[in-house]
Design a binder for this molecule. Structure first.
Ligand code: NAD
Length: 517
C-alpha cells in the first residue's frame, strides 16, 4: 500500500488579464510552429493551416504535417532518451519542470491570446485553462517526490521494497477542446516519473500547445519530450509502434476503440479519457430562485460553447418544479450568455471550434425539432457583425424531448442542452445509469438527498450543487467509468498512472516448509 501525506495546499491562480477589446483579426503574419524531435525543431514542407474560427478567413498559423518516418524518429529519440532519463533523480526532474512552469507563467498573456484566436474560446476561458494547467503542474511537482519514493516494509518473513518505476515511451494524443490542460495533464506526471514522451495535439488547435511543448522541452534533455503533428498516419504509428510502452489518450470514444485495438498487439498500458453524456439532476428541493445556483447550472451547460467533456449535457428536473425551473433557467441563461468576439471582455461564449462540429450540433437540434421538441434560443449575440463570418451558434434549450432522442443520448459537445422531467429517484437514477457513458454528473438540491443519489450514480465524479470545471479539483483523481474511459488523471493516481509497481522481496525464511527435500 502506498503511504504518503499529499500536499493539499490551496492552488489558486490570479491571472493578470489582458484588458480591453481587441479585434478578432490581427495584422500579424500567420505563425509557424515546429515539431520537436530529439531536441531539434523540425519544419515540414506540407503544413496544416489553422483558421480563426471567429471569422473563417484568417489563417492564425501553420503546424507541421509530419510523416510516418518522422514519427518513428520521434519515438526512437524518446526510446534512446529513456535509457538515461529514467535514472535522473526525481529532484532534478522536479527542478526542470518548475523552470518550465515559470517560462509558461511569464508568457500567459500572449499564449492565451493565441489560444483564443486558434480555438475560439473567450480570453477569460483561455486564461482559465492556463490557470488549471499550472495548478496541476505545480501539484505534480509538489507531490512527485513523495508519491514516487519507494516504500520499505519490514515483516515476519523479511523485508519487501516496493518501487514505482517509469514505464518507458509514452504516446500522448490530445483533442482540441482543452489543448493545454489535456497535454500538461500528461506531460507533467509522465516526465516527473521518469518516462519520455511523444505528444501529438489535434489539428484543430495545434499552435499554442506547440509553443507550450517547446517551452517545456527546452528545459529537458533532448528526446525527453518530443512533439509531432499530423493525422491518421501519425496516430497509427504512435499507437502501434512496439517501442511505445504506454498511450495516454484524451478524445472521442470511437477513436479510443481503434487505439485499444492498435495497442493490443504489444499490450501497451492505457489511460483513456473519453466522451461523456453527463447529466445534471435537479431535485425538488432545488431553490429555483437561487440566482447564483441557476447561473452555475447555465455555466455548467454552456461554458466553452458546451465543448467540454464534463459539461452537463442533459438536465433532468423533478416534475413538481419543472415550469418554474424552466422560466428561471431561461432568465439566468439570457443574462449570462453573450455570444461574440472572444476578445470582447463582455463576451461569455465564442464560436464553436470547427465547422464540422457546428453541423453536427445543428443536426441534433434539427432532429429534436422534427420530432416535436421546442427549441428556445438563449442569450444575446453582442457582435452581430461577425456572427455569420465565423462558426458561431446561438445557444439553445431543447424542451419536450423523449428520453431516447439522439440529442439526449448522444454527446452533443456544443451549445445546446435538453431539459427533461422525472418523477422519482429510482427513475432518474435509472435514466442516468442507462447511458453507455459515465464521466461526471451532478445533483442539485438538498445535500443529504443529493449525496444519497450520488452514491448510486455510475460516474467517475459526481458534484453536488455545481458541475463541470466549476467543481473540478486537480488534487483529486479524474476519469470515467464504462465507455467514458480507463484509468485516472489528476491527483496522486494521475502521477502513479505513469509508473509500474516493482516489488523486491528479501525473505529471511527462504525455504517453504511444504516442499519436500
Ligand atoms: P478525437 O477522438 O477525434 O481526436 C482526439 C485526438 O486523436 C486528435 O489528436 C486526433 O488527431 C487523434 N486521432 C484521431 N484518430 C486517431 C487514430 N486512429 N489513432 C490515433 N490518434 C487518432 O476527439 P476530438 O474531436 O479532438 O475531441 C472531442 C472528444 O474528446 C469528445 O468526445 C470529448 O468528450 C472528448 N474529451 C474527453 C475528455 C476527458 O477528460 N474525458 C476531455 C476532453 C475531451
Amino acid at each position: 500500500m502506498h503511504e504518503f501525506a499529499t500536499v493539499y495546499k490551496p492552488y489558486n491562480y490570479q491571472i493578470i488579464s489582458a484588458k480591453g477589446r481587441l479585434p478578432v483579426t490581427t495584422t500579424t503574419e500567420p505563425i509557424i510552429v515546429h515539431s520537436i524531435i530529439n531536441g531539434e525543431k523540425v519544419l515540414t514542407e506540407k503544413r496544416i493551416p489553422r483558421e480563426n474560427p471567429s471569422n473563417g478567413k484568417e489563417i492564425v498559423g501553420y503546424a507541421p504535417f509530419n510523416t510516418k518516418e518522422e514519427t518513428v524518429a520521434a519515438i526512437e529519440a524518446a526510446y534512446e532518451a529513456f535509457g538515461k532519463w529514467k535514472w535522473v533523480p526525481v529532484e532534478e526532474r522536479i527542478e526542470r519542470m518548475r523552470r518550465a512552469i515559470e517560462k509558461i507563467k511569464s508568457a500567459i498573456p500572449e499564449l492565451s491570446r493565441l489560444l483564443s484566436r486558434e480555438h475560439g474560446k473567450p480570453l477569460y476561458d483561455s486564461e482559465g485553462e492556463f490557470a488549471v494547467s499550472l495548478m496541476w503542474m505545480e501539484f505534480a511537482c509538489d507531490n512527485a517526490k513523495e508519491v514516487l519514493q519507494q516504500t520499505v516494509k519490514e515483516h515476519e518473513k523479511g523485508k519487501t521494497i516496493i518501487t514505482y518505476d517509469p514505464i518507458g515511451v509514452v504516446s500522448a494524443i490530445t483533442p482540441w477542446n482543452y489543448p493545454i490542460s489535456l497535454s500538461t495533464i500528461k506531460i507533467a506526471p509522465a516526465l516527473l516519473a521518469g518516462n519520455t514522451m511523444v505528444l501529438k495535439p489535434s489539428p484543430f488547435a495545434p499552435l499554442t500547445v506547440s509553443k507550450v511543448a517547446e517551452m517545456i522541452s527546452s528545459e529537458f534533455p533532448p528526446g525527453v519530450l518530443n512533439l509531432v503533428h499530423g493525422e491518421a498516419e501519425v496516430g497509427v504509428e504512435l499507437t502501434s509502434n512496439p517501442k511505445v510502452a504506454k498511450i495516454a489518450f484524451t478524445g472521442g470514444t470511437k477513436t479510443a476503440k481503434s487505439i485499444m485495438k492498435a495497442a493490443s498487439e504489444t499490450i501497451k498500458k492505457l489511460t483513456l479519457e473519453l466522451g461523456g453524456n453527463d447529466a445534471a439532476i435537479i431535485l425538488k428541493s432545488f431553490d429555483v430562485n437561487d440566482e447564483r445556483a441557476m447561473r452555475r447550472l447555465v455555466i455548467s451547460n454552456f461554458l466553452t460553447a458546451g465543448q467540454i467533456c464534463m459539461i452537463a449535457k442533459r438536465v433532468y428536473v423533478h416534475r413538481s418544479i419543472y415550469d418554474q425551473f424552466v422560466e428561471k433557467y431561461i432568465e439566468a441563461a439570457n443574462k449570462w450568455i453573450r455570444v461574440g468576439n472572444p476578445f470582447n471582455p463582455n463576451v461569455t461564449i465564442g464560436p464553436v471550434n470547427n465547422a464540422g462540429q457546428v453541423k453536427y450540433v445543428q443536426s441534433l437540434v434539427d432532429d429534436a425539432e422534427s420530432r416535436g421538441a421546442e427549441v428556445i434560443k438563449l442569450g444575446t449575440i453582442i457582435d452581430p457583425e461577425i456572427f455569420d463570418q465565423g462558426n458561431f451558434m446561438q445557444p439553445t434549450l431543447v424542451l419536450g424531448c423523449d428520453y431516447n432522442d439522439p440529442i439526449v443520448v448522444e454527446e452533443q459537445f456544443g451549445p445546446t442542452v435538453p431539459i427533461l422531467t422525472f418523477d422519482d429517484e429510482e427513475q432518474v437514477i435509472a435514466l442516468h445509469n442507462e447511458s453507455i457513458y459515465g464521466l461526471t454528473s451532478s445533483v442539485w438540491g438538498n445535500e443529504e438527498d443529493a449525496v444519497r443519489i450520488a452514491r448510486r450514480i455510475e460516474a467517475g465524479t459526481t458534484m453536488i450543487n455545481t458541475a463541470a470545471v466549476q467543481g473540478l479539483d486537480v488534487r483529486f483523481p479524474f476519469g470515467g467509468v464504462k465507455q467514458s474511459g480507463v484509468g485516472r488523471e489528476y491527483g496522486v493516481e494521475g502521477i502513479l498512472s505513469y509508473t509500474e509497481t516493482h516489488v523486491i522481496n528479501i525473505p529471511t525464511v527462504l525455504d517453504l516448509p511444504y516442499i519436500p527435500e
